[in-house]
Design a protein around this ligand. Structure first.
Ligand code: GDP
Length: 770
């Protein structure tokens, strides 16, 4: 008996969907099946019975990627419905879908948070990881791509490959994710498979392999021909409105042109495969009649070529009209890789020990944090203690859950290859790597360093921690956040603590001078979404201050200072004297250690370890707030020349003296502002290129290259972040919505004096005297 619990209840949300318990499902489906047989129709709904959870070859961890509006949500909803997981068809146009379970997503009609959801299809377990499409959430997209084994790209069949598809496609390239394409919206008047196939070839530079040809287009679209099996699949909405039932029939000569076209398409497909698959090539070369080549052999070749990313299988359908989704699900099982087919090199370091990535933490007020884990190696038992490599701490799991839309099922053990939700991990942040114990972590580290030692290029590589996670980019925007009343400050702090665990690209600090809480994030939309989540999920109606740029500061001249701290506190006398020098150093992106400069006048061997630590912590705190606008100081090194300590002086005074010394040095060192420079990548149609380039010229941009991809242009430019405020809206206007862009931090650069003065005026409200 499967225990069924409701995630909505757990999350304190109203119940929306009903999980069909095992027994019930079996009764329901067998009844359907016998009725279906009577009408000569196919029913494709499966209960969770018969699924071997331990069989890795039957797991599919997939994502659906798409241009906004291509029909990703509609397709996902149909998948869940046909798998028997939901009982009603959610409608994106009514904001009523299972995958978009967060309020903001409903309101904005975009998918922000990567939620993972499990369903069963034809004796396979499919873990569907949702990938957000907005540019501000690139970290989310990349993190979900990291845990996927395969992906389905949904295209609007009337538009072909759109600019944003290109962006996501390239991200998937970076993680070598095998893919297939689903041409949705075949019911639209302009839908054209031919157009889509050529735009896939031209824009994505891959070889498409049409597996399902449409029967009719536009309003006449009624189903597909399975080219490999030579079957026609027809959905008749008059007989079955929701598309569960469809007719499946082997094509024969009596089907006339449909049969002829299908045969031609099959021959073409075998020809394409013969070029890339030896077994098919052998059959063709041995003069086997093309019609005699077994469908199983063709499927095997398609699977292998898909996993090796030599071809892209293409299917078509109309999710909204409930046609073509079931064959898409079949194709996911047939052609996309299982976890066994994908080798992640870091797994080897863990051997049979647990290695898992916490790829998403969500927070529930009643239950605390819930963590989505992708298991790469080993197994995890519910209630066991695990070790978090990033946080260097052990913690106990309480439950392992498999998420089924709004509901979930308790599991006693989760095995490698699976994606599960864990309750009880309080210290874990999104992106952390989990193993079974500290000794497992050490053993894996030894293995890792052993392999690195043989081909290590530098010692930094040797010291690198074992991380299966994704790098979190430096937040480039910040703003202050305030609760409506002081009484709600505690509640706000709690909300921010939880949100930070969920989203490592959000940073929270407290401004030392004003005491204000400061949020740093990836973009305007990112911080706005954080604001509305604090309001909706934690009931604190916060105010955000104006969005500001996270500048850095640096010294442009070397200076030397002597600092004396001479203080009497109570009856204790504290005396610290030190001489330091501060030097510009573009290679020192982060302060790590003070450099001891022993000389003839003073040998610094007498400085004790704990004193050195106190000096370094003082320097660290001193460079956190630069003298220009209180931004962190980077690209400097600090030397210590002399150090004297009076008897009875507390160690805290050593840090205080070092911080004062650094402040003084920075004031003398002609410190300037550094601004974040972004790598901007814009995908645009040729005819919008001119407008985009002239706009970039006004934004202090340096265009690095313009790549041609047939009628699409990819512009790579380096642009100051200050010039990119509100760029999403601007580019939409310039390109009539035809261009998309991504941006990431490239480096920090010194500003021209006039630009620096403008920045200072923007932040302080006063123009500095130049
Ligand atoms: P997403 O942004 O990719 O998640 O796309 P949605 O699933 O939200 O769909 C965007 C719009 O396209 C909605 O208005 C859907 O009703 C519509 N849509 C989705 N699938 C189809 C389809 O197969 N045919 C047609 N004509 N419209 C569709």
């Amino acid at each position: 008996m499967i225990r069924v619990l409701c995630l909505r209840q757990l999350l304190g949300l109203p119940q929306l969907n009903i999980f069909i318990a095992d027994k019930l499902a079996k009764v329901k489906y067998s009844r359907h099946l016998s009725r279906g047989a009577l009408f000569g129709c196919q029913y494709r709904m499966y209960s969770t019975a018969n699924v071997d959870h331990e069989d890795m070859s039957k797991i599919r961890n997939i994502g659906i990627m798409a241009h906004i509006d291509a029909g990703k949500t509609t397709t996902t909803e149909r998948m869940l419905y046909y798998s028997g997981l939901t009982r009603h068809l959610g409608d994106v146009d009514d904001g009523d879908t299972v995958m978009d379970y967060m309020e903001q997503e409903r309101e904005r009609g975009i998918t922000i948070t990567s939620a993972a959801i499990t369903f069963h299809w034809d004796h396979h377990k499919v873990n569907l990881i949702d990938t957000p499409g907005h540019v501000d959430f690139t970290v989310e997209v990349e993190r979900s791509l990291r845990v996927l084994d395969g992906a389905v790209a949904v295209l609007d069949a009337s538009a072909g490959v759109e600019a944003q598809t290109l962006t996501v496609w390239r991200q998937a390239d970076r993680y070598s994710v095998p893919r297939m394409v689903y041409l949705n919206k075949m019911d639209k008047p302009g839908a054209s498979v031919g157009l889509c196939l050529s735009s896939i070839k031209q824009k994505l530079k891959v070889q498409p392999l049409l597996l399902n040809a449409p029967i009719g287009t536009g309003r006449e679209f009624e189903g597909v021909v399975d080219v490999i099996m030579m079957e026609k699949l027809v959905w008749n909405s008059k007989i079955c409105e929701d598309g569960i039932k469809f007719e499946k029939k082997l094509l024969s000569q009596s089907d006339g042109k449909l049969y002829e076209d299908a045969l031609k398409a099959r021959h073409h497909l075998i020809g394409q495969l013969a070029d890339i698959d030896d077994s098919i090539a052998d059959l063709v070369l041995a003069d086997t009649k093309l019609d005699d080549i077994q469908s199983e052999a063709v499927r095997k070749a398609v699977r292998s070529a898909t996993i090796q990313q030599k071809i892209i299988p293409v299917l078509c359908g109309s999710s909204l009209k409930n046609k073509g989704v079931q064959p898409l699900l079949d194709a996911v099982n047939l052609y996309l890789p299982s976890p066994m087919d994908v080798h992640h090199s870091f797994i080897d370091f863990y051997r049979t020990d647990l290695c898992a990535l916490a790829f998403k933490v969500i927070h529930n007020k009643q239950r605390g944090p819930l963590t989505f884990l992708r298991l790469y190696a080993g197994a995890l038992k519910s209630g066991s203690t695990v070790y978090n490599i990033n946080r260097q701490c052990s913690e106990k799991t309480s439950r392992i859950l498999q998420v089924y839309a709004d509901d979930f099922q308790d599991m006693s053990t989760a095995v490698a290859g699976n994606i599960v939700l864990i309750a009880g991990l309080k210290q874990t942040y999104t992106g952390d790597t989990i193993t079974s114990s500290q000794s497992s972590a050490r053993a894996a580290a030894r293995e890792f360093h052993k392999t690195k030692a043989t081909d290590a290029r530098n010692s930094e590589e040797l010291g690198a921690p074992i991380l299966a996670g994704v790098e979190v980019p430096t937040p480039v925007f910040f703003c202050s956040v305030e609760p409506p009343t002081m009484a709600l400050q505690k509640q706000l702090d709690f909300a921010l603590e939880c949100l930070q665990k969920e989203d490592p690209s959000l940073k929270v600090d407290v401004d030392k001078d004003s005491g204000q809480t400061i949020l740093s994030g990836m973009g305007e939309l990112h911080l706005d979404i954080i604001r509305s989540r604090i309001a909706n999920e934690y009931n604190v109606d916060v105010d955000l201050g104006p969005l500001q740029i996270a500048y850095r500061e640096t010294a442009t001249e070397s200076t030397e200072v002597e600092e004396i701290l001479d203080k009497k506190l109570g009856d204790r006398h504290h005396l610290v004297k030190m001489k330091i020098s501060l030097h510009p150093d573009p290679s020192a992106t982060q302060f790590k250690h003070v450099i001891l400069m022993s000389s003839r006048e003073e040998n610094l061997d007498h400085v004790k370890k704990h004193q050195l630590k106190a000096i370094e912590s003082g320097i660290q705190s001193g460079i956190t707030n630069g003298p220009v606008l209180n931004f962190p100081v980077i690209n400097v090194t600090v030397h210590l020349h002399s150090f004297h300590l009076g008897p009875g002086t507390s160690i805290a005074m050593v840090s205080a003296c070092a911080a004062q010394a650094v402040h003084k040095a920075l004031k003398q060192a002609n410190t300037v502002l550094l601004e974040p420079m972004m790598i901007l990548e814009i995908n645009t149609d040729e005819d919008k290129l001119h407008g985009i380039l002239s706009d970039l010229a006004q934004r202090r941009s340096h265009v690095d290259e313009i790549q041609s991809r047939q009628d699409t242009r990819v512009v790579r430019a380096i642009t100051p972040l200050a010039e990119l405020m509100g760029y999403s809206t601007a580019i939409r206007t310039i390109s009539s919505g035809m261009a998309t862009f991504t941006m990431e931090l490239s480096h920090y650069e010194q500003m021209m004096p006039l630009e620096q003065a403008k920045a200072i005026e923007r932040v302080t409200g006063f123009a500095p005297v130049l």
